[in-house]
Design a binder for this molecule. Structure first.
Ligand SMILES: [Zn+2]
Length: 80
């Protein structure tokens, strides 16, 4: 028996990837989104310019109405 060296695993549900990110720029700073600063929001991948921005939004999405509105608008566009 030989191990299958070329087995391809479709494991895209692990970490969010920047290609799936729905916003090109950080809602707080307007700087480009960074690959290490992504999170899931309403089932979509959203991004920030650095992990601090992500963590503050993740901790309290309702506290950042402008950022939330930007994501909600894009997600509503995608889902309609
Ligand atoms: Zn930012």
């Amino acid at each position: 028996m030989q191990p299958n060296l070329f087995e391809i695993t479709e494991d895209s549900m692990t970490d969010p990837i920047i290609n799936d990110c729905i916003n090109p720029t950080c809602p707080f700073s307007g700087e480009p989104v960074e690959a290490g600063s992504l999170m899931q929001y309403r089932g979509h991948t959203v991004g920030f310019c650095n992990p601090d921005c992500r963590d503050k939004f993740a901790a309290n999405p309702d506290g950042y109405k402008d950022a939330k509105a930007l994501f909600d608008e894009r997600i509503d566009d995608l889902e309609t």
